[in-house]
Design a protein around this ligand. Structure first.
Ligand code: FAD
Length: 343
């Protein structure tokens, strides 16, 4: 059995793990490590500290299927719809720009991380959180992978699915392995940055707006607001509302090196200007997305980059496609093809 380590429990990593299980179960032992305390990556869902039923999606908001990808990835859409993980978006999103005629939008009633959790559950992988990979070394026919503060382990194949700037931060043998052209391709990747604020309300609080989500065009700070439970078709008298606020990218870049504690009151002040009659939230969570969405992906590289064929080291994720559900599916399929042909 080949031992395969997938670094990253986001959508790309979890789908790679699931595809391996579905098509190569008797050939591979699958291990997934993530530096965070839970799965989802940029498809993360946070819970209110006082009410576990009150949740908010801090990263990806909804899944937009263009007719091209709806057809190309139809089996994944059908699987998620059949399990009730995706549902058609039924509420009003103000100011949305439809990029493609015939685009269909879906929401996730249990939060966007439920997509990732679904694929991880069906992968049968050993999934370990709080495993921050810092160094990788080539040891004969294996990769030795070192998670911060823990013992190194050896694997026959290694898949890296984090954003390329985080891949380039890895120490050990990665640097010496890169050809000049690969290094140039990887160093040219760029990401936007933004902050996200999650606001959790008590069950009796009323949010006086007619929409479920709105794109804001007249604020230097805020770009998007969603009443998250309403957007996800979840309005119940027992559960409090939740709201997510995304800042604009220029604001994110301007305040990138400040702390969340410094930036949170600036966003709240702007929110109160835009929506002056909001009730007091029960709690607030501020998150910095240093690597939010890819603005310049790896050129001429369809879905993956193989850095070494034996022992296999392959990179995937939205850095190699584009930043949305279909970009990750595309990359996971390409990474899986490489794994299939080399294991
Ligand atoms: C604010 C925001 C809004 C978005 N809106 C949408 C949307 O509406 N619709 C949509 O489809 N997409 C949206 N996206 C994009 C979408 O979320 C991403 O394209 C997708 O989640 C990327 O998945 P991934 O698995 O490739 O990477 P990630 O989700 O980033 O997963 C990589 C994982 O690797 C882990 N990791 C990183 N470094 C290490 C390390 N050294 N060791 C161990 N683990 C590590 C991270 O913790 C992370 O969990 C949005 C993203 C953001 C941030």
């Amino acid at each position: 059995m080949a031992r395969v380590l997938i670094v990253g429990a986001g959508l790309t990593g979890s789908l790679c793990a699931c595809l391996l299980r579905r098509e190569m179960a008797n050939k591979v032992q699958i291990v997934v490590w993530d530096k965070s305390r839970g799965s989802g990556g940029r498809m993360s869902t946070s819970r209110s500290p006082s009410d576990p039923l009150c949740t908010v999606d801090l990263g990806a908001q909804y899944i937009s299927a263009t007719p091209y990808y709806a057809q190309k990835h139809h089996k994944f859409y059908e699987e998620l719809l059949a399990h009730g993980i995706l549902e058609p978006l039924a509420s009003l999103v103000e100011g949305e720009v439809m990029k493609d005629q015939g685009q269909k939008n879906y929401v996730t009633p249990s939060g966007v991380s439920s997509i990732v959790k679904h694929f991880l559950k069906h992968s049968g992988a050993e999934v370990l959180f709080d495993h921050h990979v810092t160094h990788i070394y080539r040891k004969g026919a294996c990769w030795e992978v070192c998670p911060k503060g823990r013992s190194p382990e050896q694997f026959n194949a290694l898949v890296l699915t984090m954003p390329v700037p985080q891949i380039l931060q890895l120490q050990g043998d990665l640097g010496s392995l890169l050809e000049d052209s690969q290094r140039q391709q990887l160093e040219a990747v760029s990401y936007s940055s933004r902050y996200a604020l999650g606001l959790f309300y008590k069950a009796e609080a009323h949010i006086p707006v007619p929409w479920a989500a709105k794109y804001i065009s007249n604020s230097p700070c805020i770009r998007f607001i969603a009443i998250d439970n309403k957007k996800r078709n979840l309005e119940s008298p027992e559960c409090g509302a939740s709201m997510v606020v995304h800042t604009s990218v220029p604001f994110g870049i301007k305040h990138l090196e400040e702390t969340k504690e410094e930036v949170e009151p600036i966003i709240l002040q702007e929110l109160n200007k835009l929506l002056p009659h909001l009730p007091q939230p029960d709690s607030i969570k501020c998150h910095k997305w240093r690597y939010s969405q890819v603005t310049s992906s790896v050129a001429d590289c369809p879905g993956q980059m193989t850095l070494l064929p034996q022992p296999l080291l392959v990179c995937g994720g939205d850095s190699f496609t584009h930043s949305n559900f279909d970009g990750c599916i595309e990359s996971a399929l390409m990474v899986f093809d490489v794994l299939k042909s080399s294991l």
